[in-house]
Design a protein around this ligand. Structure first.
Ligand code: FES
Length: 153
């Protein structure tokens, strides 16, 4: 990674924006990266503004790398004031634009943020349950796992 990119990432994660759950969110999206196993959850809250339903606030939690934290921090600021359709149209590259071009091995970090945003904003089927207030991403990742062992004769 270039020194410039590294310093921009360090600056972004030194004081990241919009970290944590958003208790009264209208939408929640969670995605895991098949490339590295990291996870990111995003909460989105809307408001009415000049007859448009726009994003009032978005927050995130992640078990991801520094790049994912930096992109999520910037993306949650970038999508403020956009409609769901406008935010959905943004690519990982656009969401990470304030950092500058990412090296190939870090592109999936921005795609993790894009995926969580799309998961939150894509319409759910009418029969789908409303987003639950819990458990948190941390709860899910730290919950005891049940392992079934079958002994062969
Ligand atoms: Fe996994 Fe960046 S290395 S999100």
């Amino acid at each position: 990674m270039s020194d410039d990119l590294e310093s921009r990432i360090q600056a972004a994660i030194a004081n990241p924006s919009n970290v944590g759950e958003l208790a009264d969110a209208d939408a929640v999206g969670t995605v895991g990266s098949p490339d590295c196993g990291d996870m990111l959850r995003m909460w989105v809250k809307f408001k009415e503004e000049n007859g448009r339903k726009v994003i009032d606030k978005a927050t995130f939690q992640t078990f991801g790398c520094q790049t994912a934290i930096a992109v999520a921090s910037m993306a949650t600021d970038l999508i403020r004031g956009k409609t769901a359709a406008e935010a959905l149209a943004m690519s990982g590259e656009e969401l990470s634009a304030p950092l500058g071009p990412l090296p190939p091995m870090k592109i999936h970090c921005a795609q993790l943020v894009e995926g969580a945003l799309k998961d939150a904003l894509n319409p759910q089927p009418a029969s789908a349950p409303a987003p639950a207030a819990g458990p948190t991403l941390f709860d899910q990742l730290t919950a005891p796992k049940t392992v079934k062992i079958t002994l062969q004769p």
